[in-house]
Design a protein around this ligand. Sequence first.
Ligand code: PEP
Length: 254
Amino acid sequence: MRRKIIAANWKMNMTVNESGSYLDTFLLEVAEEKRLDIVLVPPFTTLAYVSERLNKIQNVKLGAQNMHWEKGGAFTGEISGAMIRELFARYVILGHSERRALFGETDAIVNKKTHAAHEASLKPIVCIGETLAERDADKVEQVLETQLRGSLAGLDAKMLTDTVLAYEPVWAIGTGRTASPEQAQAAHAFIRKVLTEISDAATADKVRIQYGGSVKPGNTVELLSQPDIDGALVGGAALVARDFAEIIKLTAAL
Ligand code: PEP
């Protein structure tokens, strides 16, 4: 049985002050929820503050939205894995479609970051997903396979097991359009098949695959009850503490 994992990607939102009021509400709602993994992924400037607030809370983990693959040096504006780990973060999102589309991140870059994350004892949440044009051209499987093989190249079974994948169809991110449960399940099952080829069936069976793309309380149950959907990466709805808490409670009750 794969333990479900629900993560909040706050993107470039939330000052320290705003995170404070969010956590006041959110932690009251989920503090006792231990049936799944919960991850908050704030912007870098808010990581230290959120980390302190999570200090005594075992079941809510911290993640970062990106990192550089080098350990340090002349990389103005970048952050290393060790800097993130020092703040007690456990996860790092890599290859989000916004980073791929707006900041030129390729599978090769995501692959370097994925290796660096493992070296820094961070669990990467590696994002993959097709655009609408690619779906319309019937290229979903081809795109997913290329992204998977490129982003995960050279990872051994242990590293793969400690990697979370996020299937995020680009056309469903921040658009209010969600993949149907059938479309999402088909993509997740395909991803697991490719993982089996990259590694082996036992390893592929352990890897958690989140769905991301306009997840909200109203569509959580239908998506998260699919057999190969092991969690959600939530953007917009995770900015509202009560909505994100509701997604967590609905998933925990499945
Ligand atoms: C995301 O950015 O990872 C995401 C899934 O966003 P949203 O939930 O807003 O579609």
